[in-house]
Design a protein around this ligand. Sequence first.
Ligand code: GAR
Length: 217
Amino acid sequence: MKRRVAILISGRGSNMVALIEASKEEAFPAEIVVVISNRADAGGLEKAKSSGIATLTIESKPFGADRAAFEAVLQSALDEHRVDLICLGGFMRLLTAAFVQRWYGRMLNIHPSLLPSFPGLEPQAQALRAGVKISGATVHFVIPETDAGPILMQGAVAVRVDDTPETLGARILEIEHRIYPDALRLVASGQVRLEGDICKTTGSAGFDDTLISPASA
Ligand code: GAR
């Protein structure tokens, strides 16, 4: 039985598209049953509709600081669609500890840095300011702290001397689109287990080569 997945978005939804595309493969162990946005103007909504996926907008703004009330509506939508797993894809609304704990081990997020470095806003600019030579993207299980939690998968890119947050972000985004579907595949097929703060994977395809940056001449 395929695991039933909801994707939560707030914007353009390019990671959402990558997950939807991957899930079209017959052998993929998860199906995207609903895309939920907390903003009516999220560009990803149209993209999901054109793929034939059910969409829902639950505007968070009218709820103001009452996060629990917003999440009560969200939870009933998730129940209605019998959702097993949640993937956050650029979902820019903080969730309460109670909601996060309810979904612990069943809710994933992607972030454009090699966590635990550079959580929060503008991680690509943070990486450039710190002068790191390698950056990347992380898929992790969600815990109450923002952009933290057991790390499921990471992908790395070399930082170039002339990178701007935009050029670095574009290369990281390509990595995001590769690792998010792979990470969901591992979770949905039961190849992942949590041991405290550590996520362990069994039966993955292996490891890529070492990435050293800058490469010596
Ligand atoms: C992605 O780069 C994702 O990693 C980031 O928002 C972007 C959403 O793009 N998420 C975070 O920064 C979470 N803290 P998308 O809507 O095209 O997938």
